[in-house]
Design a protein around this ligand. Structure first.
Ligand code: NAP
Length: 248
C-alpha cells in the first residue's frame, strides 16, 4: 500500500537512503534538510524519477517553529501523513565529558533529543485517531551508542540516543490505542558523513571491522529496516528497538 511519509534529515546518509527506498515503492516523501538544499533537491528528483512524489522541506529540528512549518509543508504538498521518520541527528568531535563545553552538549541535546521529541509530538498530533488522524507509524533513529555509552568519544551523543530508546518505549504505549506504531532502529557503524562531521572520516571503516559481520554497514541496510517498520508488513510490531549493527 502506498504511503505518505516525512523523513527528517533526508538530504544525506541514512535519511536519504530511506527516502530513496520509499520512492522506489512509489511512496510520497517529505525530504527535510537544514543546510544541504542541493542534496535534498537531488533526493526529490531521484524519487520523482522512480515514480514517487516528493518535496524538499527546509527546517532545523532544534526549533519548534521550523518543525511546525516542516510538517505543514509536507501535508500541503503531499496530503495527510501515514508515517514519520525521526532521523536527523548530529555528533560532536571526540572528547571526554571532563572536556565538554555546555554549548557543545546543548547543541547535541537540542537537535538529537528536543528536536526528536518535538518531531515525534507533531507526528502524534497528526496520526492519532482520537485527534482526527488515521493512525500510522513513527520510526525513531537511535544508535548502538545508547547501550555502549560512547566512552572517550561522546557520552553526550550516547545519552541523547538513550533518550530516543526511552521515548520509543513510552510513546509506543501511549499511541498503541491511537492506531500508531512507534519503533526505533539502532544503527551501528554506518558509512555516512556523520563521522567526518565528528572529525573522524574513516571511523566507520576503522571500527566496522570489529563487528561480528566484519565490516561497517551501508545506509541502505538501515533504510531497509526503517521502511519495513513503516510498512504494513510490520503491522504487529510496536515498541521494538531494532539493532542494525552487524552484531556489534
Ligand atoms: P549524516 O550523514 O551526517 O546526515 C545527517 C542528516 O541530518 C542530514 O540530512 C542533515 O541535513 C540532517 N540534519 C542535521 N542537523 C539537523 C537539524 N538540526 N535539523 C534538521 N536536519 C538536520 O548522518 P547519518 O549518519 O545519516 O545519521 C542519521 C541518523 O542516524 C542520526 O540520528 C544519527 O545519530 C544516527 N546514527 C548514525 C550512525 C552512523 O554510523 N552513521 C550510527 C548510529 C546512529 P543537512 O544535509 O542539510 O546538513
Amino acid at each position: 500500500m502506498s504511503k505518505t511519509i516525512l523523513i527528517t534529515g533526508a538530504s544525506r546518509g541514512i535519511g536519504r537512503a530511506a527516502a530513496l527506498l520509499a520512492g522506489r515503492r512509489g511512496w510520497s516523501v517529505g525530504v527535510n534538510y537544514v543546510r544541504d538544499e542541493a542534496g535534498a533537491l537531488a533526493v526529490v528528483k531521484e524519487i520523482e524519477r522512480a515514480g514517487g512524489k516528493a518535496v524538499a522541506l527546509h527546517g532545523d529540528v532544534a526549533f519548534e517553529a521550523d518543525v511546525l512549518e516542516m510538517f505543514e509543508g509536507a501535508v500541503r504538498a503531499l496530503g495527510p501523513l501515514d508515517g514519520v521518520v525521526v532521523n536527523a541527528g548530529v555528533v560532536a568531535p571526540r572528547a571526554h565529558l571532563a572536556d565538554m563545553s555546555v554549548e557543545r552538549m546543548r547543541r547535541v541535546f537540542d537537535i538529537n533529543v528536543l528536536g526528536a521529541y518535538v518531531c515525534a509530538r507533531e507526528a502524534a498530533r497528526r496520526l492519532s485517531k482520537s485527534l482526527g488522524g488515521a493512525g500510522g507509524s513513527i520510526v525513531l533513529v537511535s544508535s548502538a551508542a545508547a547501550r555502549i555509552g560512547g566512552p572517550g568519544e561522546y557520552v553526550d551523543y550516547a545519552g541523547s540516543k538513550g533518550a530516543i530508546d526511552t521515548l520509543t518505549l513510552g510513546l509506543s504505549k501511549e499511541l498503541g490505542p491511537e492506531g500508531v506504531r512507534v519503533n526505533a532502529v539502532r544503527p551501528g557503524l554506518i558509512e555516512t558523513d556523520i563521522h567526518a562531521s565528528g572529525g573522524e572520516p574513516d571511523r566507520a571503516q576503522r571500527l566496522g571491522v570489529t563487528a561480528p559481520l566484519g565490516r561497517p554497514g551501508l545506509p541502505d541496510e538501515v533504510g531497509e529496516a526503517i521502511i519495513w517498520l513503516l510498512s504494513d508488513a510490520a503491522s504487529y510490531t510496536t515498541g521494538a528497538i531494532l539493532d542494525v549493527t552487524g552484531g556489534r
